[in-house]
Structures are given as C-alpha cells and as structure tokens.
Write a protein that binds this ligand. Structure first.
Ligand SMILES: Nc1nc2c(c(=O)[nH]1)N[C@H]1C(S)=C(S)[C@@H](COP(=O)(O)OP(=O)(O)OC[C@H]3O[C@@H](n4cnc5c(N)ncnc54)[C@H](O)[C@@H]3O)O[C@H]1N2
Ligand code: MOO
Ligand code: MG
Length: 610
C-alpha cells in the first residue's frame, strides 16, 4: 500500500444507509477512480444525512495516516431538501475553500441540465486532503468526475507537495486516457498519424466510461418511454363490476347462517342480476363473476353444506355454516385499477409489463418507433453456416450472434449483409443501408490492417468518427461514428470482441434511442467474488466471461478457459462479464476472494447453487 494514492468515497443518503444495495453513485465513483487511477486505494462509507456524523467521518478521514487520504469525494446531500446538509458538514472542516473548482463543476453540469442549479456542493482543502461534494445521482457523479478527472493529479500535487507520487498519478492518468502528448510519458496506446511516417493509430484511446458518455450524448433519444407511459390513464375500472373473489354463494349479509334457497347460478361473463333477493335466498357464484346487485356477501363453498338438489340436478337448498359478513370476498368496482388513474405509476421498460397492462384495459401501444437496425459483417474469409468448407475460409459467427443478441434484448434486425473486404463495396453498402435503418452494427475491418476499410469508408461518407479506440480488452479498436440521426457501431471482428462490445456499447445505445431511462440502458451489474485462484491482469481493463455460482447467498464468478478474443467458446456458460482492472505493478493478478463488478449477460444468470 505504501505510496498508493488513497481516495475516500462517502455516500451520504438516509435511504442508502438503511439499504446499502440502493447505493449506485458510490460504486460508480469507485469504478471511475479505479479506471483513472489504476492502483489507487479506495475507502468507502455510507452515512445518513446527519451533519454531525458526516463531519466526524470527514474529520477522521482527514486525520488518517498510512495511508493518508488524498481526496474525499462525497455523493449526496447537496440539494435543497431539509435533510441535505453535506455542504454544511464539509464547510465546517475546510481550511481553504476552492470556489473556482466548485464553480467549474457546476458550469459543466449546467450544460447538461438546468437542475444542476439546485445543488450546493462545495470544494475545499482540509489539512492536506481535497474534499469534493458531488450530487447524489449516478449520472451526476459520472459527469462531475469527468470534469475534475484531469485536474485531480495537479491539484493533489499542489496540496500534498509530493512530487514522486503525483508524477505516478499523472502517468497512470495519461495511460488510461491514452493521451501521450502532455507529459512526455510514453504510453503503450499512443496516438500517431497512422500513416507511413507514424504507424500508430490516430485515434485516442478513451476509457469505457468516456465512450459510453460519447454515445449517450450523440444518440438522439426518440420519445422517452417514461413520459409516454406517464400519459396513459385507465379508460375502464378493473373490475368493471363488483366481482366475487371466491367460488361460493352470494347473499345478503343482513341474513343469518342456516338454510338458504339457491335461486340460480352466476358465472364469469354473465350480466349482473338486478332482481332483489330475500335474506334466506342466495345465488351460487363463481370466482370473477358479477355479484348480484342486492347481494353484499360471498360465503365460500367450503363453509357450506349442500342439503338438496332439484330433480334437474341443480342445487336447491344449501346450509350456510358461517355468519355472513358485509363485503366478505367481494372485489368492489375499480379495486385493482381505478378508471382515470395512471396506468404506469412508475416507468417500466419491460415489453411484457407494458403490453400486458395495456391489454388489461383493452389498449395496445402506439406512438413508439422501434429502432431499425442493420447488421453488416465484413471479411472476405467469411462463409455462411450453410456453405461447404473451403480453403482459407472460416464460418461467419458474428452475423448470427448479433442478430440473436438483438432479438434476445427485444429488438429486431431489419437487414443483414455479409461483405468482402473491399473499400467501394463496404462504402456503398453502408450508404445504401442507412437509407432504411437508424443503426448499423458492423463487425470487422476496424483495426490497423490494409483491408480494414470501415473507418476510411465512414470518413469518405462524411461521418463523424466519435471514437475509434477504447481502452478495454477485448474490443480495443471499437469504433462509433455518426451522421445526423444515423449511428454506426464498428465492432472489432474477433467474435468475442463483437460479443462484449455489443453488450457494453450497442445495447445501451439502442435502448437509449428507444426511450429507455439512462440508468436502465446499460446491463445490470453487481459485485461478485472471484473464484479462480489467480488470473494475470492485462494492462487494459478486461471484461472476462464467467459463470456464476450462488453459495450461502453470495455470488461467485469462475472464469473458464482462454479469454482470447478469437475464442468464441469463452461465451459458453458465460453468465456475466467480470470487469477486471488493468494491471499495475502493485496488482499484477486478480486472485480468489477479490470482489469485482460484473455485468449480467442473461436473465437466468446463476448457473449453479451450492
Ligand atoms: N497492428 C494491429 N493489429 C491489430 C490490432 C492493433 O491494435 N494493431 N488490434 C487487434 C485487435 S485488439 C482486434 S480485436 C482485431 C480487430 O480486427 P478488425 O476489427 O479489424 O477485424 P478483422 O481484421 O476483419 O478480423 C479480425 C478477426 O476476426 C475474424 N472475424 C471477422 N469477422 C468475423 C465473423 N463475422 N465471424 C467470425 N470471425 C470473424 C477474422 O477472421 C479475423 O481473424 O484486430 C487486431 N489487430
Ligand atoms: O481488443 Mo481485441 O478485441 O483484444 O481482441
Ligand atoms: Mg483487421
């Protein structure tokens, strides 16, 4: 730990302190810091919105030694609500306020949302610790961290006056941003001209978080589903009549137990009987059937005894064994859903939920346009699965995989095409396909080879190449381009790279376009304990495929077999993508017992229970 830079993340929220699983912004900050400062030591804590407790914790962190805490980032409690007291608890401790920094964060946030005007976070220095107050949402902490990320190394240098440490922080930051130009640091991902004089890729290597941010800012959301659903009100009551909850007998509660005459039978689907009935009369009734107008009580069949049948076989007399109670086992009109009330009191993106709720009131969904998606697979080596083997050729797995993935997540492939590695063919097909689709998911041809024509073809078509490299394994040459409302995903051709980048980038983009809430677009993720004895870490953050075992309420991940990006076998039995951090000199291996975040790949993501 000696020499490691130490951060503390404090989540401040009454809700999260009662149920720590609700904390999304704390774990997000940890992930962001891990990505930016790969060997940072990170402390975390969750506190309620209690001024004293927050101040005490801050004071304790500022005073801590071995390791001493270089920066504390708080998330939450910066708003206008009565219990929002984080800035007050922080100010109290500061030796120096840093209002410019707070203002800089606020300005950047205001460009994203006017609601940033409603946060009051402060920044300052206590002892030799920098303290930053961020708002409480996962989105806000992501945005705020992006703003301060490049300033942090220098700020910490100035505060701590610890040059060797800061130099290392700086170097790490540069390595993960992939920008070698500012510090003389030679980064393995350095950019170049990509031509004969400098054969390094001209595309800066951005982080996964940055790439996602670019995607969300570029892809225009169609109508937000949450808003659309919010406008639906129930056109009918459910139930539309007083309905029986039990199979039994409908009667007046003013009568007593004892013998009653059965006047007739009421089944689901019958109209309401409006004739009056006497206190010693009843109707036999089924669950879901309309209760006769003058009855106000159902006695279930188990609490009765049949005394006599008519010659025709129908029931004639029945003994009621319990005292009838008013309203017993009757569902009044509108119990389940009141006419005029909101059909969707909260947003829900499940097609199952949306379609079932709408059909329960005789409606279906209109006003939503599904994204139109085309798939292109490039490679002169590709054979369709139906073709016979041929020399130098391989079977195309990406087309099928991408189409199936789209379907698995509820989207459709409008058109698919396999192209040989030919600049004109690739360029022509992209142009043609974009006449009828919003998205193209392409695989292959995005790296450094002579036949990797995707980036030049997009440039020739006037597309903006929003990014062309991402610091991840697999998926490094991942490319995203856009032109007005057309979006192009250039996934690396290696099948596993295509698989991983689809889940991490394409799916969130398509969901966002389709109107999903930002937080729901990415795959669900959870902390998971590694079971493998030891896995050598790659310099790039790695997304390894793993199967999940549940043991005593805890989830364990096993990474099976080679994780090479060409080896599609690694998706067999893969329940999750475990996010392994990039290798550092302090942490060269991931070992059993380490806890990492994992993205859930499937609904049925637990393979084994022990
Ligand atoms: N000099 C460099 N070479 C490579 C780099 C680099 O940075 N510098 N990056 C490597 C990485 S990482 C990846 S990932 C791949 C990405 O390659 P491309 O996107 O250019 O894809 P291709 O060259 O077309 O194909 C790569 C590989 O994948 C196979 N493939 C392609 N499509 C399919 C398909 N539909 N089904 C099955 N297999 C497919 C293809 O045959 C190749 O073996 O580049 C590295 N190189
Ligand atoms: O990044 Mo590539 O996708 O390793 O194989
Ligand atoms: Mg290539």
């Amino acid at each position: 730990m000696a020499g490691e830079i130490c951060f503390a993340i404090l989540t401040i929220s009454d809700t999260c302190s009662q149920d720590t699983s609700k904390d999304r912004s704390g774990p997000r900050l940890v992930a962001l810091i891990r990505e930016a400062f790969q060997n940072a030591h990170i402390l975390t804590a969750i506190l309620p919105d209690e001024r004293e407790q927050i101040s005490d914790k801050l004071r304790q962190l500022v005073a801590q030694r071995n390791p001493s805490v270089s920066a504390i980032i708080t998330t939450g409690g910066t708003g206008f609500a009565p219990r929002d007291v984080t800035p007050e608890a922080t100010k109290f401790l500061l030796d120096k306020e840093c209002p410019q920094l707070a203002q800089y964060i606020a300005q950047a946030s205001l460009q994203k949302t006017k609601f940033a005007a409603l946060t009051r976070g402060v920044c300052g220095i206590a002892g030799s610790t920098l303290i930053l107050n961020f708002p409480g949402s996962e989105k806000a902490v992501t945005e705020c961290f992006e703003v301060v990320r490049d300033l942090l190394p220098h700020a910490l240098q100035l505060i701590g006056n610890e040059l060797p440490l800061v130099r290392r922080v700086h170097a790490e930051l540069q390595a993960s941003v992939g920008n070698a130009s500012t510090s003389g640091h030679v980064c393995p991902h350095q950019t170049g001209k990509g031509d004969d004089s400098d054969r390094n890729s001209p595309f800066p290597m951005i982080s996964v978080v940055q790439a996602l941010e670019v995607i969300f800012q570029t892809v225009q959301q169609q109508r937000a589903v949450a808003q659309l659903l919010n406008d639906f009100v129930a056109p009918v009551d459910i139930p539309p009549f007083r309905a029986s909850i039990k199979d039994g007998y409908a009667m007046k509660s003013t009568g007593f137990s004892g013998t009653k005459k059965v006047l007739g039978y009421v089944s689901a689907g019958d109209e309401v009987i409006v004739h009056d009935l006497e206190e010693d009369e009843c109707y036999k009734i089924n669950t879901g059937a309309p209760v006769p107008h003058y009855a106000d009580c159902i006695v279930q069949v188990e609490d009765t005894k049949l005394l006599k049948r008519k010659k025709t076989g129908e029931e004639d007399l029945v003994e009621i064994l319990v005292e009838p109670q008013a309203n017993l086992d009757i569902r009044p009109i509108g119990t389940d859903l009141r006419k005029g009330s909101k059909l969707f009191p909260s947003a829900d993106h499940s097609a199952v939920v949306i379609k079932s709720i709408l059909s329960s009131v005789g409606k279906h969904l209109t006003g939503v346009r599904k994204p139109k998606v085309g798939i292109i697979s490039t490679g002169s080596e590709l054979l369709a699965p139906s073709q016979p083997e041929a020399k130098g050729k391989i079977y195309d797995s990406n087309t099928t995989m991408l189409e199936e993935l789209l379907q698995y997540f509820g989207f459709e492939c409008a058109q698919k095409v396999v192209l040989s590695d030919d600049f004109e063919i690739v360029k022509g097909k992209i142009e043609e396909l974009f006449k009828s689709v919003d998205f193209i998911i392409c695989s292959g041809g995005v790296s450094m080879g002579d036949k990797d024509y995707i980036k030049p073809a997009l440039q020739a078509l006037g597309f903006t190449l929003n990014f062309g490299r991402v610091n991840m394994k697999p998926g490094k040459p991942m490319t995203f381009a856009s032109k007005q409302d057309h979006y192009f995903f250039g996934l690396p051709g290696n099948p596993v790279s295509a698989f991983v980048t689809f889940h991490l980038f394409v799916l969130p983009a398509i969901r966002w376009f389709a109107g999903w809430e930002r937080d729901k677009c990415e795959l669900a993720s959870l902390p998971i304990t590694l079971q493998n004895e030891s896995i050598a870490l790659d310099p790039r953050p790695e997304y390894v495929r793993a199967s999940v075992t549940s043991k005593n309420g805890r989830l364990y991940a096993s990474v099976n077999g080679s994780q090479m990006s060409s080896r599609l076998q690694s998706i067999v039995g893969a329940d999750v993508l475990v996010h392994l951090p990039g290798r550092t000199s302090d942490k060269p291996c991931a070992v059993a017992g380490d806890v990492y975040r994992a993205s859930v790949l499937r609904y049925d993501f637990i393979s084994k229970y022990e």
